[in-house]
Write a protein that binds this ligand. Structure first.
Ligand SMILES: NC(=O)C1=CN([C@@H]2O[C@H](COP(=O)(O)OP(=O)(O)OC[C@H]3O[C@@H](n4cnc5c(N)ncnc54)[C@H](OP(=O)(O)O)[C@@H]3O)[C@@H](O)[C@H]2O)C=CC1
Ligand SMILES: O=C(O)C1=N[C@H](C(=O)O)C[C@H](O)C1
Length: 257
């Protein structure tokens, strides 16, 4: 597969290493400042030869920062590139960002977390919330811890977990990510964020009743799980022509329809 990496930070470098191990060709690494990147912006890239086609696609893997996501996805679509978008922090403009890829008919998969473990966790926490909801006895909350360099809060993963919990919990209808200087309302799901040191990403779901607490935790030990999942998702999307959440890739992987 021919790959362009956009965002050559902690994740971009992991993705480069795993892509090479899996025999893929890295055409370019794009990042405004990172040492070793081959271009500072997409506009500075020379035309890729041969151009991306359905038979011989270019697949971009983006783990960058959100301010330019709209222009980036439009650029990928214009050039016929397929894509994996791991960048987080752009949920509120999701449809506008994805529209050019939908219109171009290029394959694009996006998600807050590409690791197998986190995607197991999304399903397990949602199932636990569904059962807890039937008892009417449990309150719930989500807590996430990440390294000091992280720029968005709450994490995209915490928001995905929270959206799943909201769908399963009849008495809750909003995510409350802020510090509270009042009592939390029953319908609010508290999502708590902490930043410390070098933690790659830890997410805990609390289901709490008068009698007990159920704590479910996913703890990433390194970034390799995110990067391997992203490269596998790139292999999967490069032969498709639709725009899908990462959940669909994992439906195939887990054979869970
Ligand atoms: N979906 C998933 O599985 C995961 C998602 N992430 C997400 O991926 C993103 C990157 O994480 P991480 O690698 O740790 O962060 P880093 O800060 O280490 O790397 C991001 C890099 O992207 C660069 N960048 C910013 N804007 C652009 C742009 N428009 N084009 C090209 N490069 C750009 C930054 O450059 P500079 O700083 O010089 O401006 C920086 O070097 C974050 O949004 C994070 O939340 C992280 C892990 C897993
Ligand atoms: O920025 C990170 O580091 C991570 N970001 C993703 C997120 O926001 O959920 C995924 C992972 O937790 C690491």
């Amino acid at each position: 597969m021919r790959i362009v990496i956009v965002g050559y930070g902690r994740m971009g470098r992991e993705i480069e290493a795993i892509s090479r191990e899996r025999g893929h060709q890295i055409l370019a690494t794009v990042d405004p400042l990172a040492p070793g990147a081959t271009a500072a912006s997409l506009e500075q890239l020379p035309p890729l030869e041969p151009a991306s086609t359905l038979e011989n696609p270019v697949t971009v893997i983006e783990f960058a920062l959100p301010p330019q996501i709209r222009e980036n996805v439009a650029y990928y679509a214009r050039h016929g590139w397929h894509g994996v978008i791991g960048t987080t922090g752009w949920d509120q403009e999701r449809e506008e960002v994805l529209r050019p890829a939908r219109e171009a008919g290029t394959g694009l998969v996006y998600g807050s977390n590409f690791s197998v473990g986190a995607n197991l966790f999304f399903r397990l926490s949602r199932y636990a919330a569904r059962l807890a909801n039937k008892t009417g006895a449990y309150d719930s909350a989500v807590m996430e811890l990440h390294h000091r360099q992280k720029q968005d809060s709450p994490s995209g993963t915490a928001l995905t977990i929270a959206e799943g919990l909201l769908q399963e919990t009849s008495c809750k209808n909003t995510i409350q990510p802020e510090t509270l200087h009042r009592r939390i309302e029953q319908e609010e799901l508290h999502v708590i964020s902490g930043r410390v040191g070098f933690i790659p990403g830890t997410h805990t779901v609390y289901l709490d009743s008068v009698a007990d607490t159920v704590e479910l935790t996913h703890r990433a030990r390194t970034r390799q799980g995110f990067a391997l999942g992203a490269v596998q998702a790139a292999e999967w999307i490069s032969s498709r022509q639709d725009v899908v959440p990462v959940d669909e890739f994992f439906n195939d992987l887990f054979q869970d329809q």
